[in-house]
Design a protein around this ligand. Structure first.
Ligand SMILES: *Cc1c(COP(=O)(O)O)cnc(C)c1O
Length: 484
C-alpha cells in the first residue's frame, strides 16, 4: 500500500494489478464450478467455528489481496453451503448460471446506482425491455408492466402498500389511525413473507387471515368468501388477497379463476405470489394455474430461483404501477431528473432508493439461453421429478406424500407398526443423516401435521443422473434408521 500512497490515492490498485487478481479469481471460479461436486453440499461447520477464526479487530494496515484470498479459501469456503451443487435439492434452488455470473462481474465493475433514468439510462431501458420479454415468455397478459425487485418479499410488501393506498386513499401521507382495520387474506400454506409484509406495511399481523387450504393445498375459496363477509359484518375493511401459485411447502396452486372474481366483487386488491412456480410458465403446457391471472392487480416471480439468473432478480408485474408510485414517490430537489416524464422511474416502485443494475444479468441469460433453452431447463426438471415420483412409489419403505408439482415432490420413510410421532422422528433422523452425510442436501416440511421430506429439483448443474443417484443415497442412508 506504500506504493499506492505515493501515487496519491491510498486506495488505488493499478489496472495491471487488478487484471492479475481478476484473472486469478476467474481461474478459481472456473475450477470451483468444475469441482463443485467433490464438496459437501451443506456446510459441515459448527456454530461459531468461522467466527472464531476471524480476528476481533479490523486490520490497521492494509493486506495484500493474495492473503485475503487465501483466507477466503481456508476460512470462508468451509462455511459455505454450495447452492449451485448439482445435489442441492433443499428449499427451492437459487439458480446462477455462467452468463449470469459474467454479467454480474460487469455490474460489479460499473457499480452504477440505477435509481433514476438519468443515473443510468441503459439500466432503466434494459429493465423495461427485459421485463417485457419475460412477461411474454411466461404468458402474462400485456396489461402488466414490470419492475425488478430484489426479492419476492419486497414485491409482496409493495403490493400491500399499493392495496393499502387503494383501500385508504392518502394513507401513505395520513397514516392508518382512525379508520377500520384493513384486512389481508392469504392461505395457511402461503409464504412467511406475506406475514412479514403486513407487519412492515403497518397493517398488523393480527389483521392477516390465514384461509384454510383444501386437500390439494389450494386456498378454499368458500372459506375466503366467508372470512371477507365476517370481517365486513364486524366493521373491518377487506383490503387485499395474496394468492400463491406454487406454495413453498408442497407446491400447491391457488385457483385464480375463482379467487379473482371474489376480489373484483369485493373491490379487494389481488396479488399473486408465484415466486418459485412462475419460472415454469415459460413452458406453455404448464400454464393451467395462470388461468384468471388477468384479474390480478400484481404478480411476482423470481428468475433468481429457477430461471438461471442469480439473486437478486425478482420480476414484479403490476396492472397499475402508478398506484404504488403514488404511495412511494418522494422527490426532493436532489432527485429531480430528466427522464421522469418519458420513462418509468423505478425508484418510485422500490422500497430502497439505491438500485443495482439487475437487468443486465437477466438480459445475458435470456439472450444466452434463448426461450428454447429456458424451456428445456424447466421441462427437464419437471420430467425428472415425474420419474423420481414413480421410483419413490415403487420403493419399499417409502411413500410419496405429495405428487410432483413441477419440480417438487414430498416423501417420507415409512415403517410398519410405528405411530405417527415415531414416523415423524424417523424422518427427522433420516433428514439429519442425509444432510450430515454431505452428498445431498434436502429440507423438510409439514404435510397435514406430519413431518415429510421435500425433494426440489431445479439446479443449473443438476442432471437426471444426479437425481437417480440421490435416490440411491437416500435408500442407503435409510437403512438401520430405527437403530440410530
Ligand atoms: C421463495 C419464496 C418467497 C420468498 O422469495 P424471496 O425472493 O426470497 O423474498 C416467497 N413466496 C414463495 C411462494 C416462495 O417460494
Amino acid at each position: 500500500m506504500a506504493k499506492a500512497a505515493q501515487r496519491g490515492n491510498v486506495l488505488a490498485m493499478t489496472p495491471e494489478e487488478f487484471r492479475t487478481h481478476a484473472h486469478a479469481f476467474v481461474d478459481w471460479m472456473a475450477d470451483y464450478l468444475a469441482t463443485l461436486e467433490a464438496r459437501p453440499v451443506r456446510a459441515q461447520t459448527a456454530p461459531g467455528e468461522i467466527l472464531g477464526q476471524l480476528p476481533g479487530r479490523a486490520p490497521e494496515a492494509g493486506e495484500p489481496i493474495e492473503a485475503i484470498f487465501k483466507d477466503f479459501q481456508n476460512i470462508i469456503l468451509p462455511g459455505i453451503t454450495h447452492w449451485q451443487h448439482p445435489n442441492f435439492f433443499a428449499y427451492f434452488s437459487a439458480n446462477a448460471s455462467p452468463p449470469s455470473v459474467l454479467a454480474e462481474m460487469l455490474t460489479a465493475t460499473l457499480a452504477a446506482q440505477c435509481m433514476l433514468w438519468e443515473t443510468s439510462p441503459a439500466a432503466n431501458e434494459l429493465e423495461t425491455r427485459t421485463l417485457t420479454w419475460l412477461r411474454e415468455l411466461i404468458g402474462l397478459p400485456p396489461a402488466f408492466t414490470g419492475c425488478i425487485q430484489d426479492s419476492a418479499s419486497t414485491a409482496t410488501l409493495c403490493a400491500l402498500i399499493a392495496a393499502r393506498e387503494r383501500a385508504r386513499p392518502g394513507a401513505a401521507r395520513t397514516g392508518l389511525s382512525g379508520g377500520p382495520p384493513l384486512m389481508v387474506y392469504t392461505s395457511e400454506e402461503a409464504h412467511s413473507s406475506v406475514d412479514k409484509a403486513v407487519r412492515i406495511a403497518g397493517l398488523g399481523a393480527d389483521n392477516l387471515r390465514l384461509v384454510p387450504a383444501d386437500e390439494s393445498f389450494a386456498m378454499r375459496v368458500d372459506a375466503l368468501q366467508a372470512a371477507i363477509a365476517a370481517d365486513r359484518a364486524a366493521g373491518r375493511l377487506p383490503c387485499a388477497v395474496v394468492a400463491t401459485l406454487g406454495t413453498t411447502g408442497v407446491g400447491g396452486m391457488d385457483r385464480l379463476a375463482e379467487i379473482g372474481p371474489v376480489c373484483e366483487r369485493e373491490n379487494v386488491f389481488l396479488h399473486v405470489d408465484a415466486a418459485w412456480a412462475g419460472s415454469a410458465f415459460v413452458v406453455p403446457g404448464t400454464r393451467g394455474a395462470l388461468e384468471g391471472v388477468g384479474i390480478a392487480d400484481s404478480f411476482v416471480f423470481n428468475p433468481h430461483k429457477w430461471l438461471l439468473t442469480q439473486f437478486d432478480c425478482s420480476a414484479h408485474y403490476m396492472q397499475k404501477p402508478e398506484e404504488l408510485a403514488g404511495a412511494l414517490s418522494v422527490t426532493p430537489a436532489y432527485l429531480q431528473s430528466e427522464g421522469g416524464a418519458a420513462m418509468p422511474e423505478y425508484r418510485d416502485m422500490s422500497i430502497a432508493l439505491g438500485r443495482r443494475f439487475r437487468a443486465l444479468k437477466l438480459w445475458f441469460v435470456l439472450r444466452s439461453y434463448g426461450a428454447e433453452g429456458l424451456r428445456t431447463h424447466i421441462r427437464n426438471h419437471i420430467a425428472w421429478t415425474e420419474d423420481l415420483a414413480e421410483t419413490v412409489r415403487q420403493t419399499p419403505g417409502f411413500e410419496l406424500v405429495t405428487p410432483p408439482s413441477f419440480g417438487l415432490l414430498t416423501f417420507r420413510a415409512v415403517r410398519e407398526a410405528m405411530s405417527a410421532e415415531e414416523l415423524d422422528r424417523l424422518n427427522e433422523r433420516l433428514l439429519a443423516r442425509i444432510n450430515e452425510d454431505g452428498r445431498l442436501y434436502l429440507t423438510k416440511t409439514m404435510v397435514r401435521g406430519r413431518t415429510v421430506l421435500r425433494f426440489a429439483i431445479g439446479g443449473t448443474y443438476t442432471t437426471q443422473a444426479h437425481v437417480r443417484r440421490a435416490w440411491e443415497v437416500i435408500q442407503e442412508l435409510a437403512k438401520n434408521l430405527h437403530k440410530a
